[in-house]
Design a protein around this ligand. Structure first.
Ligand SMILES: *[C@@H]1O[C@H](CO)[C@@H](O)[C@H](O)[C@H]1NC(C)=O
Ligand SMILES: *[C@@H]1O[C@H](CO)[C@@H](O)[C@H](O)[C@H]1NC(C)=O
Ligand SMILES: *[C@@H]1O[C@H](CO)[C@@H](O)[C@H](O)[C@H]1NC(C)=O
Ligand SMILES: *[C@@H]1O[C@H](CO)[C@@H](O)[C@H](O)[C@H]1NC(C)=O
Ligand SMILES: *[C@@H]1O[C@H](CO)[C@@H](O)[C@H](O)[C@H]1NC(C)=O
Ligand SMILES: *[C@@H]1O[C@H](CO)[C@@H](O)[C@H](O)[C@H]1NC(C)=O
Ligand SMILES: *[C@@H]1O[C@H](CO)[C@@H](O)[C@H](O)[C@H]1NC(C)=O
Length: 409
């Protein structure tokens, strides 16, 4: 066990560090809310979804950026964010120039529709396939990011991505032992039984495929960050069983079952412990350092509900102390989850218990995606997942992050 952990640290963690934000400033842009596109896209929304979900404000059961979000975003100062993929860098500064903002709902709908249709053809018999397998043995956010690049590589090669079944995903808590345990099926074609290296190939999801071309021609003009976010969003469409578990965790934590009753709110994810000891993060940031970044904006926009999540229980004690200094301005809510859970503790658990923790993670992701504002650190693959989801939903106000510098090993 110990030996494998060292492998994970040395091999996987340094390679997951592409595409991180180097400097972050804030920006905002106006919405181009395209109702026509939403309507045409409704066929992708599960048919037994509630009426709310069918009227075009939701995608894959998630609420898209709405008027309330855009009203808050419009009250905030402009900032610029720089994303990087290796030595390539590009800025997101959509406040000054709306036309260059890629993260519009219309673009998301186009991409999600394209991805869905590519993966759900009428006839699978004349298609080419890539079987995604050898799932990375790493933290949940990290392994997802690696699967995404294997998928991107399949798409570039005009192949339908399928998961090896049964797979070897450490988080798989069902018979297929792959991401289909939590998410809607990646495709409706069956997994080819013959792997001839031409029509069907294998792509391993543990070796940093993002160094290879991953954009199919239709998305070749899109930035790395936009494209990755779209792929993540497609692969992580929660399936009904997952929604049921998420709902259970929410009901066990609060009287209300609707996250909407907390809006507007800011979500803060405080990542510490193994990210610090593993030296991926420069250092641990105090809760105050996060608050100092958004406090003025939160007050300007009258946002006082705050969702905090951390694997470090100390973060919650810090909140009580900090909020006293702020005359109790903030109203905290959080979900009841097990604390001190990091990759090494997940590995020691039986598969079904690990699955339960993943439901807690996915509940957190759902809540953070619904937040109006958010803070975190992008060395954390988990925080990046949240960022990618939010951007895809049309929430382009970027993370408040105390991190300006990332350490690589
Ligand atoms: C969709 O449903 C929500 C909730 O019932 C409602 O507030 C919203 O106005 C509806 N949107 C459209 C476009 O009908
Ligand atoms: C906005 O961006 C577009 C596309 O890059 C460019 O053509 C245009 O000149 C920019 N406008 C401003 C006001 O910077
Ligand atoms: C896959 O799903 C799509 C969309 O629901 C459908 O049009 C297509 O016929 C299905 N293909 C197969 C092979 O079942
Ligand atoms: C799918 O395509 C194959 C080969 O082109 C054909 O033989 C088969 O009948 C098609 N199946 C359907 C359901 O259209
Ligand atoms: C990509 O950009 C080039 C140059 O601006 C343009 O000619 C081409 O049509 C674009 N391709 C797509 C798929 O949007
Ligand atoms: C939709 O219907 C299917 C089949 O009846 C059911 O298994 C699933 O739980 C339903 N999904 C939701 C979100 O209610
Ligand atoms: C914030 O709340 C105060 C007091 O209720 C109100 O006067 C102000 O207009 C609100 N500001 C915004 C941006 O909603």
């Amino acid at each position: 066990m110990k030996k494998n952990l060292i492998y994970v640290r040395k091999i996987i963690l340094p390679t997951i560090s592409f595409g991180i934000i180097l400097f972050a400033y804030h920006h905002f842009y106006k919405s181009s809310y395209n109702h026509l596109d939403l309507t045409t896209f409704n066929k992708l929304i599960p048919s037994n979804a509630s009426r709310d979900q069918q009227n075009g404000t939701y995608l894959w059961s998630l609420r898209l950026a709405d008027e309330n979000y855009f009203r808050i975003a419009s009250l905030l100062a402009c900032r610029t964010v720089e994303y990087a993929r290796g030595s390539q860098k590009y800025q997101m500064s959509t406040c000054s120039n709306f036309s260059t903002n890629e993260f519009t709902i219309a673009n998301t709908l186009q991409a999600q529709k394209w991805l869905f249709e590519h993966q759900h053809p009428r006839n699978c018999s004349n298609k080419r396939f890539a079987i995604i397998r050898k799932f990375a043995w790493s933290g949940f956010g990290s392994t997802i990011h690696q699967i995404v690049w294997a998928f991107g590589k399949a798409l570039t090669d005009d192949r339908i991505g399928v998961y090896e079944t049964p797979g070897d995903w450490i988080y798989g808590n069902c018979k297929s032992i792959n991401p289909d345990c939590f998410f809607l099926p990646i495709t409706n074609c069956s997994v080819p039984t013959v792997v001839d290296g031409t029509r069907t190939i294998y792509i391993n999801a543990n070796i940093g495929q993002w160094k290879d071309p991953v954009h199919p021609p239709v998305f070749r003009n899109r930035t790395f960050n936009w494209y990755r976010a779209q792929l993540i969003f497609y692969l992580m469409r929660y399936k009904p069983e997952t929604w049921t578990e998420v709902q259970k965790i929410i009901s066990a934590s609060w009287k209300t079952s609707s996250i909407d009753s907390f809006r507007p709110f800011i979500a803060v994810y405080v990542r510490r412990s193994d990210k610090i000891t593993g030296r991926e993060m420069d250092r641990a940031f105090s809760l105050k350092e996060y608050f100092d970044l958004f406090d003025a904006d939160a007050r300007r926009a009258n946002v006082s509900n705050i969702y905090v999540n951390s694997e470090d229980p100390k973060a919650f004690d810090e909140f009580l102390q900090l909020n006293r200094q702020k005359q109790g301005y903030y109203k905290l809510f959080s979900i009841k989850t097990r604390k001190n859970i990091v990759f090494s503790s997940l590995l020691r658990m039986p598969r079904n218990q690990r699955g339960q923790i993943i439901y807690e993670f996915l509940t957190d992701l759902f809540i953070e995606a619904n937040a109006d504002l958010h803070a975190g650190t992008l060395t954390s693959n988990w925080c990046r997942l949240v960022d990618e989801w939010r951007l895809t939903l049309g929430k382009a106000t970027i993370y408040y992050t105390p991190e300006k510098k990332y350490l690589f090993r």
